[in-house]
Ligand binder design. Structure first.
Ligand code: HEM
Length: 190
């Protein structure tokens, strides 16, 4: 049973991607297709950040190592959806026109912090292999703590870009704060 768990989580994790590809090919994105793809990929990036952060508390609550076995894969999905999200913005929205993109990054704080979050994901994604865990040893754990910073940047990005609707960004931020507090609590008791 356990051997099917990881592949099942993998299949579930690519469903949002399949869904957005389906919507693109069958013209089901609504009146603002680029906005729809940006929102969809952005939200799924945040969902995968929350799922990745939830694995350690889940392991502590259930005493099952299985959660840790899928944590790295979920982290890679964060990078995958964040890169799709960035590509939508850079490639589809701005058609690789670097000057206005650069202006956005320096002028709009939500773009700046989103971009910073994506940059911080690069060292995590490139060191996610078993080989890199062995090479980096204790430093691997230290480096991968960057996911906490990424989570905070991601929620700030969502709060700052939402001019009127604050409910969803607030919910995600509360979930992220809760997950980070749970870690602190476990650290104190262990
Ligand atoms: C970890 C990284 C990131 C996360 C978690 C994230 C998350 C999100 C979320 C949740 C949304 C709103 C979705 C909705 O409205 O339902 C969003 C929108 C957006 N994001 Fe990101 N994002 C990230 C990185 C980036 C990067 C790197 C860029 C570009 C440089 C970017 C540019 C945008 C833009 C332009 C929007 C749409 C703003 C609008 O509605 O006008 N994001 N993002």
């Amino acid at each position: 049973m356990i051997k099917y768990f990881k592949p099942s989580v993998f299949i579930l994790s690519i469903i949002p991607f399949v869904l957005i590809v389906y919507k693109i090919f069958y013209n089901k994105l609504g009146p603002e297709p680029v906005k729809e793809i940006t929102h969809f990929t952005g939200e799924w990036t945040l969902i995968f950040i929350c799922l990745t952060l939830a694995m350690t508390p889940l392991k502590r609550f259930t005493n099952l190592i299985i959660w840790i076995k899928i944590r790295r894969m979920l982290g890679l999905f964060v990078f995958f959806y964040a890169t799709l999200h960035l590509f939508t913005y850079v490639g589809i929205d701005y058609r690789f026109e670097w000057q206005p993109i650069f202006d956005d990054v320096v002028k709009k704080k939500y773009v700046f912090i989103g971009f910073a979050a994506w940059l911080l994901l690069i060292p995590l994604a490139t060191t996610s292999s078993q080989k890199m865990i062995k090479i980096l040893k204790q430093n691997w754990k230290k480096l991968h703590k960057l996911i906490y910073v990424i989570a905070v940047f991601g929620s700030l990005h969502y709060i700052w870009l939402s001019k009127t609707i604050f409910f969803k960004p607030l919910i995600y931020s509360l979930i992220i704060i809760l997950l980070l507090l749970l870690r602190l609590r476990f650290k104190k008791t262990t």
